[in-house]
Design a protein around this ligand. Structure first.
Ligand SMILES: [Zn+2]
Length: 287
């Protein structure tokens, strides 16, 4: 099997990122496991002729997350920022490894914007925000196959599961679940103090989904269900009136049990008609 012969002269539609990621996986792996399980980036790098190294970005002007350097002999070098945490392997541990896996997948996407031949690959496009967004999308699909993610329940536990199964951060996992379910909002919630008024509460650390722009980071989520889930370490599901950031209304909220000491995940969606009717029958405020 060969590495995909794809040379992009312009940034393709978002949907092409999904296909490109699948064609990379199927060029390297010839079985179901390779197509849909945790992405073996070493095998992918080997097959696409990417060599991964690190450099100390702090001592340079480099402001990017990672670098893709075209090399003689139709190769690329992916340069990652050196990690100052003690890590045995190049990919690092924990958060560093998650970041590095995403960075490598992102840089692999950039390589398709080069003309490759026997010599040094030549860039076909000008760098752009659109290309960066496309590469992020590709990275997400490469690491977390859409066919698997789109079949998972629309629940916060699915975010945990994607994170664990695919060796990615919970934020990347949340974004991937939100991409597969257009009508949900996934929130990463931290228990922390407001630097201004010192009030402690659940605050949005990150949000994913089409409505995420309405919720700035650090917004406080006033939700009795979220609080209860966090305090009792139980998953809780409810219909609530929520005012979070610039979003206001009745939402179906599903909150994971506390994931660690100060973090949990919630999923918001619009309640169905039957849920609203059921609620109306059970609550006095509607009478
Ligand atoms: Zn980039």
């Amino acid at each position: 099997m060969n590495w995909p012969d794809i040379f992009l002269r312009e940034v393709p539609a978002d949907s092409d990122a999904k296909e490109l990621a699948l064609s990379v996986r199927s060029s390297v792996f010839d079985n179901e496991k390779g197509l849909f399980s945790k992405c073996d980036l070493r095998k992918i790098c080997e097959s696409g002729k990417f060599e991964v190294t690190t450099a100390d970005f702090n001592s340079t002007e480099i402001k990017t997350e990672a670098l893709l350097v075209p090399m003689e002999g139709d190769k690329f070098r992916i340069v990652l920022p050196v990690s100052h945490s003690a890590s045995a392997s190049l990919f690092g541990k924990g958060v560093t490894r998650h970041r590095n896996r995403f960075r490598i997948a992102h840089e692999i996407a950039h390589s398709f914007f080069y003309k490759r031949n026997k010599n040094c690959p030549v860039k076909l496009t000008q760098d752009s925000k659109a290309e960066e967004d496309f590469c992020d999308l590709f990275a997400s699909y490469l690491l977390m196959p859409f066919d698997v993610v789109s079949k998972l329940p629309r629940r916060p536990e699915s975010v945990d599961r994607i994170g664990a199964d695919y060796d990615v951060s919970l934020e990347a996992a949340g974004r991937s679940l939100a991409k597969a379910n257009k009508d949900i909002l996934v929130l990463g919630l931290s228990w922390k103090e407001n630097p201004r008024d010192k009030n402690i509460g659940l605050r949005v650390q990150w949000s994913a989904g089409d409505l995420a722009d309405f919720i700035p980071n650090n917004t406080r989520l006033h939700s009795p269900s979220a609080l209860e889930a966090f305090e009792s370490s139980k998953s809780i599901e409810n219909i609530e009136y929520l005012a979070v950031g610039n979003l206001r209304g009745m939402f179906h909220i599903s909150v994971d049990k506390k994931i660690n000491r100060n973090f949990t995940i919630a999923i918001l969606s619009l309640p169905s008609m039957s849920e609203i009717t059921h609620m109306k029958e059970n609550m006095s405020i509607f009478r």
